[in-house]
Design a protein around this ligand. Structure first.
Ligand SMILES: C[S@@+](CC[C@H](N)C(=O)[O-])C[C@H]1O[C@@H](n2cnc3c(N)ncnc32)[C@H](O)[C@@H]1O
Length: 277
């Protein structure tokens, strides 16, 4: 029976599939490379049982962070993109080749991604990029080793840290550890982009659907999973200033996306941009 379940890392396949469902909205024409029949079945079930708006919410999340990072690269404000819980996102291939990428996720995910990407590059399906893959579990003691690996790549270059679709799966202590770690590796002028749900989402039908879907289909769902994060968590990050805050509805306006369902039936994710000062 466990074989039929979705493992946490498999949610990364689902995210990529959602992104591929409206490429003009997500601006990601490589996400479709991760499509596979097993994920396709889960995605259909999820759209039906949780929220049919989910493909658009994921497309807009990608669009927002892509735009933000692209602008900062153009303004020469960042040289390294460090993606925590990077899953199968394809930012390296959607951004200028000058950017250096550090992709961090569970070892099985980064190994699998690295292998696939190398093959697609050999076949000229993907362009060459400067990507470093690091396997880490955020629930373990990772700090010391990860710090030295990141420092060896980044030296003192400016960075953008991205953490999207991940905090939901972590508990508060793991999240606090991550943000302390971000502060340790970044310099003034560096950025963090983060995505998370707010507590109020728990009252919506869409969230109730999500919990029931997860309880039925996702392995190892604990009480500590499904974390929500309030605005204040970001506002109160020591050494950081919250410089932008968006959600699905504001991004829909910004990028001309038609909101199809009632609010109650949408998993409204919030997107934050922080700058180290
Ligand atoms: C929903 S996916 C999002 C992937 C990617 N950020 C994106 O937006 O396309 C969640 C990712 O978080 C990673 N993740 C969850 N818990 C983790 C942990 N404890 N340590 C490392 N990675 C974790 C999973 O392996 C998965 O790749």
């Amino acid at each position: 029976m466990a074989k039929e379940n979705i493992e946490i890392h498999e949610t990364a396949f689902m995210t990529s599939t959602f992104r591929s469902m409206d490429e003009s909205l997500s601006q990601d024409n490589f996400a479709r490379l991760w499509q596979n029949p097993k994920t396709g079945k889960w995605v259909d079930k999820y759209l039906d049982q949780v929220s049919s708006e989910e493909s658009y919410t994921h497309c807009l999340r990608n669009r927002y962070f892509l735009k933000v990072i692209r602008n900062l690269v153009q303004r020469q404000e960042i040289q390294v993109l460090i993606n925590f819980g990077s899953g199968f996102s394809m930012y390296p291939f959607l951004l200028n080749e000058s950017l250096i990428h550090i992709e961090i996720d569970k070892p099985e995910i980064v190994d699998f991604k690295k292998d696939k990407i190398q093959n697609w590059q050999k076949e000229n399906i993907l362009p060459k990029r400067n990507i470093h893959f690091i396997g880490v579990d955020f629930s373990k003691n990772y700090e010391e080793e990860l710090l030295s690996k990141i420092n060896a790549i980044k030296v003192n270059m400016s960075s953008f840290i991205l953490v999207e679709g991940v905090l939901f799966f972590l508990n508060r202590k793991e999240t606090d550890n991550l943000f302390t770690f971000f502060n340790a590796i970044q310099q003034n002028g560096d950025y963090i982009g983060s995505a998370s749900f707010q507590e109020t989402i728990k009252e919506t039908q869409a969230f109730k659907n999500l919990l029931s879907f997860m309880n039925q289909n996702v392995s190892k769902t604990s009480e500590s999973a499904c974390q929500t994060v309030e605005d204040n968590y970001y506002r109160c990050q020591k050494n950081y200033k919250l410089i932008d805050h968006q959600d699905y509805f504001s991004l829909s306006k910004k990028y001309g996306n038609k909101v199809r369902q009632a609010k109650e039936l949408i998993l409204n994710e919030n997107f934050y941009l922080l700058k180290k000062i």
